[in-house]
Write a new protein. Structure first.
Length: 256
């Protein structure tokens, strides 16, 4: 978001996950995330503001608060929450108008995708953000799946079981594990979870989407939207960077 509103010059440090998503910050110091935050590490940088987002660990929040620095903690659940958080960040940085422009552009892209898919078949899609335990993707991902022309399976953000997912028999399975990039072991999971009879597995509609494209609540979610559209309607949308299919994995293994 700071990059989108032209405020990266005010950034003194970020997490490695931010650096993965925003290459422009490659030279900044790295700090622990909101799960493992360190008071001493933050205080050494002498920031005027700390911004963090879910998931939090109580001990890490205590470390951040102990710094005595202004703290903006975010916990979005859906796209509207993300728009509000983006506007808040832009406002704090004195770039409210630029923030509104970024939000309108993001909303416009999502609605344009919705119009492109509204008359297409709507396959049932299961998307997970973690595998151990099995956690369903967040509410904003469910909204992006809807905009991309799919029907979201499961309760967003909840824990579930392989058996429960199999009983739903989704037509498309998407894995976007936090911190895993696109390195989710799709074939291994199908074997371990006994999902070979699932419709998505039978039809070869099994995908991994880079974590930061779906799990980072930022303007870059539009890239995740495009990846979802390509997974849900592969004949209508080109495969974008960050999307990996089980077919790709099998082909790579044959080449090796």
């Amino acid at each position: 978001m700071l990059a989108a509103i032209g405020q990266l010059d005010r950034l003194v440090a970020c997490t490695k996950y931010c650096r993965d998503l925003c290459p422009e910050v490659a030279g900044r110091d790295l700090v622990s995330d909101s799960w493992t935050a360190s008071k001493d590490q933050i205080m050494a940088l002498r920031p005027e503001l700390v911004i963090a987002a879910v998931p939090y660990q109580e001990k890490a929040v205590v470390e951040i608060l102990a710094c005595g620095t202004r703290f903006l903690g975010l916990a979005p659940r859906n796209l509207q929450d993300i728009y509000t958080d983006m506007a808040t960040i832009a406002g704090v940085m004195g770039a409210a108008e630029r923030g509104e422009q970024v939000i309108r552009k993001m909303q416009g892209e999502i609605e344009a995708m919705r119009r492109r898919t509204q008359d297409k078949p709507r396959p049932r899609v299961f998307s997970e953000e973690w595998g151990h335990p099995l956690i369903v993707s967040q509410g904003w991902v469910a909204q992006l799946v809807d905009a991309a022309g799919g029907e979201f399976v499961g309760v967003p953000g909840s824990k579930t079981t392989p058996e429960a997912v199999l009983s739903e028999d989704p037509e498309v399975w998407v894995a976007a594990w936090c911190g895993a990039g696109d390195r989710v072991p799709l074939e291994k999971l199908i074997r371990q979870r006994h999902w070979s009879t699932m419709r998505a597995a039978r039809d070869g509609r099994v995908y991994s989407i880079r974590d930061e494209l779906l799990n980072t609540p930022a303007p870059t979610l539009v890239y995740g939207l495009r990846a979802l559209a390509a997974a849900i309607h592969p004949h209508d949308f080109p495969q974008p960077p960050g999307l990996r299919s089980l077919a790709n994995v099998a082909a790579a293994q044959v080449v090796v």
